[in-house]
Write a protein that binds this ligand. Structure first.
Ligand SMILES: [Zn+2]
Ligand SMILES: [Zn+2]
Length: 107
């Protein structure tokens, strides 16, 4: 079964045919696609984003500003989470690192 990469358009044959078929020929294509999606967010989205979440870290409730917040994927991309604002929440650096460390430990 041949597919076409949604990023670079290259023809590729998925190695793993179990489950959802891959949309990209390689990992870096998927990452670039995600990066571009993020860059296309509207100007000022951080302000709205923080406001929606109460201007605080969604994990520890520490107050956050646009300068101190990091964006956390509630459901990690590696677990099938989407790279959209619906799956993102503001987190402080500490929590974001801790969460990442925990996920790695779980693997
Ligand atoms: Zn590709
Ligand atoms: Zn926090």
């Amino acid at each position: 079964m041949t597919r076409y990469c949604m990023y670079c358009g290259a023809e590729f044959t998925p190695k793993n045919t179990v489950g959802r078929p891959p949309k990209y020929c390689k990992r870096s294509c998927r990452q670039r696609r995600y990066e571009e999606a993020r860059r296309s967010l509207p100007v000022g989205w951080k302000t709205d984003f923080l406001e929606v979440h109460g201007s605080k870290c969604y994990l520890c409730d520490n107050p956050l500003t646009e300068a101190t917040m990091t964006v956390d994927h509630v459901r990690p991309l590696s677990r099938g989470g989407s790279d959209t604002l619906a799956n993102m929440a503001p987190a402080c650096v500490t929590c974001n690192l801790e969460k990442a460390a925990r996920l790695i430990a779980e693997l």
